[in-house]
Design a binder for this molecule. Structure first.
Ligand SMILES: Nc1nc2c(c(=O)[nH]1)N[C@H]1C(S)=C(S)[C@@H](COP(=O)(O)OP(=O)(O)OC[C@H]3O[C@@H](n4cnc5c(=O)[nH]c(N)nc54)[C@H](O)[C@@H]3O)O[C@H]1N2
Ligand SMILES: Nc1nc2c(c(=O)[nH]1)N[C@H]1C(S)=C(S)[C@@H](COP(=O)(O)OP(=O)(O)OC[C@H]3O[C@@H](n4cnc5c(=O)[nH]c(N)nc54)[C@H](O)[C@@H]3O)O[C@H]1N2
Ligand code: SF4
Ligand SMILES: [Mo]
Length: 767
């Protein structure tokens, strides 16, 4: 099926129509967190060119090689355009009516026999970049009413969210490095030259990092690998995988020991600094040096340089969050930002003031309920829930283990856990044993091949876009909305409509009666009602129906977004601030609106119970004492496996785009020359990598860019499983590094899987 050229193919917000009938429009790239502006040219319903949008207020023309492949993704013949339903064991094309009926029957049967807990859900990464999903997944999960909800968060950022929540009262009140003004940036476990950054939204991280060095500042990169980011930095500090919390703790200890602690402007809002000082005292540079593989003098110097820089920020990402002490590490990052006087000051680590959706712009400043952890536990291993979810390290066992509450059906939305979650071989078998699986996805891949029904989402170019989540973490205050570039295919529901329909079916509504507009009405009404009830909000006490009328005739995500913008910190407050932001204003600015550099927000952004910044949250002190301190004596010196990202890859799902995968194979095992010699491996040969959970054979790349004792294999590969329909990816299959990741290795506070620092053995496997 192709898109039918109609008047709809000239999208709203079109910049210019040319003689040949082509139209060029602005569209934010939804593929990674950078959110670059794209300039998309369309002729006769077909995308003819995608370039960086020079006029985009944030990205100013920057894009990476993935951005232009929205065209290839849209046109990919393997991309699903019709639902698939399993009949006689085979997935066959079906109508939407047939698919909905199959979902209603399948889920209905499982719920009737085993209850709602028997249906689990897994929500994957692209949801974070998807306006419809961000606004309506909640309705789906509410309607499901199962305790067995999982997401990619526990193979990703959960530790960061918990540390943030404990310190500042809200999970997304995350300080981000003020990249464009800082004099000194310390980066741990992130490689923005490949990833374009995460949990600190900024198009062109590479350019912004170079900018720091060009203006005479310093960039220090702590990483077991000499990445491109490390190469371009002023200093690279190799660290043993998983040892960052020791390094950071020793830096904090040194600040206290050398009397360098300076809380700067946030001093009067900081609580429990004495408890911090006491807890951190044993972690002297000498005590941690061998554990980190970093000399004590270097640790001291790093602390002094950070404290003495005119402005500085510490920033850490996936190499530190998917590690044994992810939450403690994330906390220590912001302890350093705070104790060097860099929290909330220009050039330091600052808080975004997002135009829409930020909890820290609602309610009463300095007042909140804080976060609660472990309100319930998983059935089999008793692992704690966080923010309504169970950790994915518990997923396989919850499917396998019989008894009350066993998962017998799964709903996956934009997720590929079979490649992205730990102990994939076991999880793959667990999925195969399920009674029923429904997947909302664009591909028949390693996970969705287990589905009984696959519901295809429209391609990115067929959806509107506003980064409700990621703009809350932006290094500048920016707002940017894009309408769909291409119309939906005939009969194709929008993604939010799919999610709302699923919600209705889960509530027992018959497919023929399942009208997503009903869920939409309920969603917007509850949003308006809670805003009207917020006595500190801009529409407190207003009439709900009057506000709903003012949003007409918009529906769906646009109506929700308009409301969030209008009641947000820059909003028009429905007339109270006539010059304020609305969705119409954004529509009139297709390249986005720049709301300026980050502003100090302390203490107003705090939503902690006591209105203070907690420098020593109890659960983290506990983990520090119970696990981190004993771990100081850990002398294991076997090989540790870490991951890596490549600019032309995106987790598991963009390997079906030829222009991104052609060339040298990227799924190689990087090995230091000393280790290669020790284990008899040669460059270009093959190695078998074994862990407690499994083994893979990968091509060897001998390179001193990884430190001795560390090997690196990227994730998201292993496209050789039968039943998927990824013809290009299958030609570049690679191996799945998560076969080696172990569900028994996780950060205890957050339940987040250890994906970096996995103990492995390596042997030559040359034919
Ligand atoms: N070893 C190791 N494992 C890792 C990581 C690592 O660094 N090392 N990183 C982890 C991280 S940070 C993450 S975020 C996870 C990601 O984990 P997942 O989210 O489980 O996996 P993805 O590879 O992002 O798969 C995304 C899925 O969404 C589908 N999709 C793409 N666009 C859309 C859309 O618009 N709508 C719908 N409905 N579906 C869509 C794709 O086809 C694919 O099936 O992986 C984690 N796994
Ligand atoms: N091109 C591309 N871009 C992406 C993605 C992608 O797959 N491809 N995925 C997106 C997603 S979902 C995310 S979450 C972000 C992630 O963005 P980043 O956090 O920047 O992810 P990586 O590029 O994997 O960088 C992680 C770094 O941590 C290092 N590392 C491993 N173990 C340790 C350790 O113990 N300590 C320290 N200090 N370093 C360690 C690795 O060597 C690696 O260089 O990227 C996003 N952007
Ligand atoms: S850096 Fe990210 S947002 Fe920018 S073009 Fe590349 S994939 Fe898209
Ligand atoms: Mo991620």
């Amino acid at each position: 099926m192709t898109t039918t050229p109609t008047h709809d193919t000239v999208p709203a917000g079109a910049d210019a129509a040319t003689d040949d009938g082509s139209v060029t429009v602005a569209r934010t790239c939804p593929l990674c967190e950078a959110g670059c502006g794209l300039s998309v040219t369309v002729r006769d319903g077909e995308v003819t060119r995608i370039r960086g949008d020079l006029l985009d207020v944030f990205s100013k023309g920057y894009l990476c090689p993935k951005g232009s492949t929205l065209k290839q993704l849209h046109e990919d013949p393997d991309r699903l355009r019709q639902p698939l339903v399993r009949r006689d064991g085979r997935l066959v094309p079906a109508t939407w009516e047939e698919a909905w009926q199959a979902v209603a029957d399948g889920l209905g049967r499982v719920i009737a026999e085993h209850g709602r807990a028997a249906v689990g859900a897994y929500v994957g990464n692209p949801n974070a970049h998807n306006l419809g999903a961000l606004l309506y997944n909640r309705a789906l999960l509410r309607a499901l009413g199962s305790p067995n909800v999982f997401s990619a968060s526990t193979v990703d950022q959960r530790p960061k969210e918990i540390a943030t929540g404990l310190m500042f009262g809200n999970v997304l009140t995350t300080p981000v490095p003020d990249l464009d003004r800082t004099d000194h940036l310390m980066i741990l476990g992130a490689n923005p030259f490949a990833s374009n950054g995460s949990f600190a939204t900024a198009p062109d991280w590479p350019g912004r990092l170079r900018g720091i060095v060009e203006r005479g500042g310093r960039v220090v990169v702590v990483d077991p690998r000499r990445t491109k980011t490390a190469e371009e930095a002023t200093e690279h500090v190799p660290v043993r995988p998983g040892a960052d919390p020791y390094l950071l703790a020793a830096m904090v200890q040194e600040l206290f020991a050398a009397d360098l602690v300076d809380l700067g402007t946030v001093g009067e809002y900081v609580a429990r600094i004495d408890e911090l000082a006491e807890a951190i005292a044993p972690f002297t540079p000498e005590a941690v040096a061998s554990r980190c593989g970093v000399p004590a003098d270097t640790i001291r110097r790093l602390a002094h340089e950070l404290a003495e820089a005119p402005s500085a920020a510490v920033y850490a990402r996936i190499g530190t969050t998917t590690s044994p002490f992810g939450t403690v590490t994330s906390w220590l990052v912001d302890v350093l930002n705070t104790c060097t006087g860099n929290l909330d000051r220009p050039g330091g680590a600052m808080f975004t003031t997002a135009a829409a959706g930020a909890a820290n712009t609602r309610g009463l400043p300095r007042y909140g309920r804080g976060i609660r952890l472990g309100r319930r536990r998983s059935r089999v291993r008793g692992l704690p829930e966080t923010f309504g979810e169970l950790p994915v390290v518990a997923l396989a066992e919850e499917i396998e283990t019989p008894g009350e509450g066993q998962i017998r059906a799964m709903i996956t939305v934009a997720g590929n856990p079979i490649l992205s979650n730990p102990d994939s071989t076991r999880l793959d078998a667990a999925f195969a044993s399920l009674d029923f699986v429904v997947a909302v996805d664009i591909y028949l891949n390693e996970t969705t091949r287990h589905a009984d029904v696959v519901l295809p989402a429209p391609s990115a170019l067929q959806k509107s876009h506003y980064d409700v989540a990621l703009l809350q973490l932006a290094v500048r205050n920016v707002a940017n909305y894009s309408p769909p570039v291409l119309p939906l295919d005939d009969g194709q529901p929008d993604e939010w409509e799919i999610l709302c329909t699923l919600a209705l079916l889960l509530q027992g509504v018959a497919p023929a009666d399942a009208d997503p507009a009903v869920v939409d009405e309920l969603s917007i009404r509850s949003l308006v009602e809670s805003a009207v009830a917020d006595e500190h909000g801009p529409v407190h006490g207003r009439d709900v129906d009057e506000l709903l009328d003012a949003l007409a005739p918009r529906t769906g995500p646009e109506r929700m977004l308009d409301f969030m913008l209008r009641t947000g910190p820059y909003g028009d407050a429905f007339g109270a601030r006539p010059d304020g932001l609305t969705l119409s204003v954004l529509e009139a600015h297709p390249h986005g609106i720049d709301l300026g550099p980050l502003q100090p927000r302390m203490p107003e952004a705090l939503r902690s119970p006591d209105g203070m910044i907690d420098l020593a949250p109890e659960p983290l002190l506990e983990d520090l004492g119970a696990r981190l301190r004993p771990g100081l004596d850990d002398t294991a010196d076997g090989l540790l496996l870490i991951g890596r990202r490549h600019l032309r890859s995106n987790n598991s799902w963009m390997h079906n785009v030829e222009v991104l995968v052609k060339g040298k194979p990227r799924c190689t095992l990087q090995v230091h020359p000393d280790d290669a010699a020790r284990h008899g491996l040669r460059d270009g040969g093959a190695a078998e990598v074994r862990s407690r959970t499994g083994a893979v054979v990968a091509p060897v790349e001998v390179t001193d860019s990884v430190m001795a004792g560390v090997v690196s294999l990227p994730h998201g590969w292993g496209h050789d499983l039968t039943g998927a329909r990824l013809s290009v990816a299958a030609e570049h299959a690679g191996v799945n590094s998560n076969v080696l990741a172990d569900t028994e290795l996780f950060d205890v506070v957050s339940g987040t899987a250890v994906l970096n620092g996995i103990p492995v053995e390596v042997v030559a496997a040359d034919a």
